[in-house]
Design a protein around this ligand. Structure first.
Ligand code: FES
Ligand code: FES
Length: 157
């Protein structure tokens, strides 16, 4: 099937099998391998991307459903500088080890920080409850998000 969509601000036209999921489309057709695939059934959050400004699990969405839509991946968020402070906080706080979960964590964390400028730790935990990390432990990740929220508030005039 022929699809046309926007990916990280650029128009993409592609011919895809009807059953191809968005995660595989991004990784295999567009070489956007920052979107990771873990469980492949909507549980781990590694494949989280933004679709039409909302976060979704790209393993649960078909590429053909994106026709006419807009997708933002970790590469787009990173290249635009939108999450530079969040990435720095993850690095400073050692909030990643293998890094497999990190793209999905960052996309989900940014989604929270856009909704809530002052989330408490419970709210951060709740928002990230669908993103699994198998090696870092969650304390450092929550610390990094909390720190970023505080720094953003302090930077606001
Ligand atoms: Fe999509 Fe795990 S790979 S939620
Ligand atoms: Fe390894 Fe999270 S840093 S799974």
């Amino acid at each position: 099937m022929q699809i046309s969509l926007e990916v990280n601000g650029e128009r993409v036209d592609a011919h895809v099998p009807p059953r191809l999921n968005l995660a595989d489309f991004l990784r295999e057709h567009l070489q956007l391998t920052g979107t990771h695939v873990g469980c492949e059934h909507g549980v781990c959050g590694a494949c989280t991307v933004r679709v039409n400004r909302e976060i979704v699990r790209s393993c649960l969405v078909l590429a053909v459903q994106m026709h006419g839509g807009s997708v933002e991946t970790i590469e787009g968020l990173s290249d635009s500088g939108e999450i530079a402070d969040l990435q720095a906080a993850f690095r400073d706080r050692n909030a990643l080890q293998c890094g497999f979960c990190t793209p999905g964590m960052l996309v989900a964390a940014q989604d929270l920080l856009k909704q809530d400028a002052e989330p408490d730790r419970e709210r951060i935990r709740e928002h990230l409850s669908g993103n699994y990390c198998r090696c870092t432990g969650y304390q450092a990740i929550i610390d990094a998000i909390e720190t970023t929220a505080r720094q953003r508030r302090e930077r606001k005039p």
